[in-house]
Write a protein that binds this ligand. Structure first.
Ligand SMILES: Cc1ncc(COP(=O)(O)O)c(C=O)c1O
Length: 356
């Protein structure tokens, strides 16, 4: 048994000792030359992670702050946002748009199913054209990975003025997301998921189109104003004090990811998904997501299938593993296992062996 409960939650996820140790080194000032250089280095390496030549930066905040910043920067007051909804987080984004005085419209897929390019095409052809289309790449509440490449291509073709905004909170660094090639305008992720760090920073990428669009939107605020904050952060001078230890750990983690390579990292996540599916099939446990192609490489969700989910989580906990007992209304009816970040199939096998 590990010396602490090992997290197989859909976030936050397990943080390796090597990264925890960096965060316990003596603090340095955020305006010191060394930390300025580290901040510049992190922003440069984030471009590689997002596979973009445009802009990449980070802010000290939960990922929800970037959901809100997307709306405030990229959509004028009263403007239409189209949300590909079908889970707790995509629905949250639509609510945030309304709270910000924009007009959210939801194109809905049933929880546990992926959005179809045809339905999106039909909606965009029917009009009116939205200012932005919001897509949750990996819906953590249900374990669905959206066909982002196809969906983004439909927006590019049928609503060329609309910005494609992507919540990549549980996909970035766990599933392929070539920002430039797929024509994305904004994508963001919190550090507590596939980056396998504690919560506290949100990393994001922004296209030139999105930066130009933001410059036209009034009242963007201060800290989350992309036009003001991104160039300053990239230059190593964030507008406000960042979470210094976490930035240094992120720098180290980005180096580790480069060493592993993105392709190997994505393949490792797919292997963990397949391990989960084989285990479930062997024990007659039914996947929540019927369509195999839509099953997430980072979060697997299953129906209880006659098992006592609470007892299962308790057994795992006794053995030193934390799993999730289902999101919101699905609590007890489903359970979720997060297999993201630095987890391996060997670690996952050890966790699964304790569940039943
Ligand atoms: C897909 C998705 N979007 C957004 C969030 C919100 O992230 P945070 O709690 O960092 O604001 C989460 C958190 O689990 C998530 O899974």
């Amino acid at each position: 048994m590990a010396d602490h409960p090992m997290l197989f939650l859909p976030g936050p996820t397990e943080v390796d000792l090597e990264l925890r140790e960096i965060m316990s080194t003596p603090l340095v000032g955020h305006r010191s030359a060394g930390f300025v250089a580290a901040t510049q280095d992190v922003c440069a390496r984030l471009k590689g992670l997002f596979q973009t030549k445009a802009h990449a930066a980070f802010e000290t905040c939960p990922a929800t702050a970037l959901m809100e910043a997307a709306i405030r920067n990229l959509v004028p007051h009263g403007g239409l946002t189209l949300h590909l909804a079908g889970g707790a987080f995509s629905e949250r984004w639509a609510k945030i748009s309304g709270y910000c005085g924009r007009k959210p419209e939801s194109l809905t897929a049933a929880w546990g199913t992926a959005h179809s390019a045809d339905a999106l095409r039909a909606r965009l052809a029917a009009g009116p054209q939205p200012h932005a289309v919001m897509i949750t790449h990996n819906e953590t509440s249900t374990g669905v990975l959206q066909p982002l490449r196809e969906l983004a291509a439909v927006v590019r073709e049928h609503a060329p003025q609309a910005l494609v905004c992507v919540d990549a909170v549980t996909s970035l660094a766990g599933a392929n997301l070539p920002f430039d090639d797929w024509g994305i305008d904004l994508a963001f992720a919190g550090t507590q998921k596939c980056l396998a760090l504690p919560p506290g920073l949100t990393v994001f990428a922004l296209s030139e189109r999105a930066m130009a669009a933001a410059a036209q939107v009034p009242d963007r605020g201060f800290l989350f104003d992309f036009v003001r904050a991104v160039p300053e952060t990239v230059a190593g001078k964030p507008l406000a004090t960042p979470c210094v230890p976490l930035v240094l750990a992120l720098q180290h983690q980005l180096r580790r990811i480069e060493k592993e390579t993105l392709a190997t990292r994505f393949a490792r996540h797919l292997q963990m998904r397949d391990t989960m599916q084989r285990w479930a099939a062997a024990h007659a446990i039914e996947p929540f997501v019927k369509d195999e192609a839509a099953r997430s490489p980072t979060v697997s969700c299953f129906f209880a299938s006659g098992r006592d989910v609470k007892a299962m989580a308790e057994r795992a906990s006794q053995a030193g593993y934390k799993i999730d007992q289902g999101y919101g209304d699905l609590k007890g009816k489903t359970f979720r296992i997060g297999h993201m970040g630095d987890h391996t199939t060997a670690r996952l096998d050890a966790c699964l062996a304790t569940l039943l």
